[in-house]
Design a protein around this ligand. Structure first.
Ligand SMILES: Cc1ncc(COP(=O)(O)O)c(C=O)c1O
Length: 320
């Protein structure tokens, strides 16, 4: 028996990578008393406090398995913070130097965490957003900075927006976990889209199990490109999602509709989650809950419907 097998038998976790995924599914019965039930995946319990740890694990380990990334090779990525934090965790454990570019409009807490995990952080000035409101142009500026450094240091570019192993993480982990934890009793799933990885991977798995499950995207009010609307409000609080364009990874055949959420409702439900459920999460989580409740009230689902959404990240990642 290897030392690692003995460790596992003794209940010792071999590394932070083994803390990724298998998050609890919590019933928000105090926040939503019915009809129907609202359940949520506790993604803030991943090691760097967000759902993006899953895709970070997949994108790096699959690149290693395919030979695109070898032991000790440098890695580079563009992030709004959560993906960078996740990759910083994975590269720290696997021994890859990591450089990350991020717009200064994202919360400074995220840069502090990435640096603490050994990442070299390049912070770029905002183009047309403002602190807490990051636009597609702000992300493009961070991407440009990363591309300059990429060639200089010969780094492997993770490229979350185009990397197919991003959504695969949710197809192989998040979807199966939700299916198992609900024993297949789920009527609808919903989440916002950044890269679209979580929506696509989770929805694809769930619809393959039961094609009657409805999958909705949460979009910021006035910034609903997936719904096909003209963008009237590109600045919003839902950092990490709602970049104002349909993500490359998006698969329209999985999409049953958009639930639009205002900043005010995201703030309101983020607060209620803390006060009624004792859970401190970020703004997109508030938006997901607002959207889930709107859906439960909409009459679009059966009366006893079970709706599952995602508690995307920890509230500690945001300045108040
Ligand atoms: C904080 C945060 N990051 C990222 C995402 C998006 O994840 P993905 O890139 O898988 O679409 C979300 C979705 O709502 C989010 O809330």
């Amino acid at each position: 028996m290897t030392d690692r097998t003995v460790d596992r038998l003794n209940g010792i976790t071999p590394s932070a990578l083994d803390l990724i995924g298998n998050t609890p599914l919590i019933a928000l019965d105090r926040l939503w008393k019915g009809p129907g039930r609202l359940l949520a995946k506790c993604e803030f319990l991943n090691p760097t406090g967000s759902l993006k740890d899953r895709s970070s694990l997949f994108m790096i380990t699959k690149a290693r398995e395919s030979g695109k990334l070898n032991d000790g090779d440098p890695v580079i990525e563009v992030t709004s913070g959560n993906q960078g934090g996740g990759i910083a965790c994975v590269t720290a454990v696997l021994g890859h130097p990591f450089t990350v570019a991020m717009s200064k409009g994202n919360s400074p807490q995220r840069a502090i965490m990435m640096k603490a995990l050994g990442a070299n952080c390049i912070l770029t000035d905002q183009v047309n957003g403002k602190p807490g409101n990051v636009t597609a142009d702000d992300v493009a500026a961070a991407e440009e900075a990363a591309m300059k450094v990429k060639d200089e240091i010969g780094a492997y570019y993770v490229d979350q927006f185009n990397n197919q192993t991003n959504w695969l993480a949710h197809y192989e982990m998040t979807g199966p976990e939700i299916w198992r934890q609900t024993a297949g009793k789920i009527d609808a799933f919903l989440i916002g889209c950044g890269t679209g990885g979580c929506f696509v991977g989770t929805s694809k798995f769930l619809k393959e199990k039961n094609s009657n499950i409805k999958c909705f995207v949460v979009e910021p009010e006035g910034c609903q490109p997936i719904e096909g609307c003209t963008i009237t409000k590109p600045l919003h609080l839902l950092q990490g999602s709602g970049y104002g364009c349909v993500p490359t990874l998006f698969k329209p055949e999985l999409y049953d509709g958009t639930m639009a959420v205002s900043d005010e409702d995201a703030v309101k439900y983020r607060k209620l989650l803390g006060q009624k459920e004792g859970l401190y999460c970020g703004y997109t989580t508030g938006a997901n809950i607002a959207a889930a409740i709107k859906l439960l009230q909409s009459g679009k689902l059966p009366k006893d419907a079970v709706v599952v959404t995602i508690l995307c990240d920890s509230g500690l990642k945001y300045p108040e």
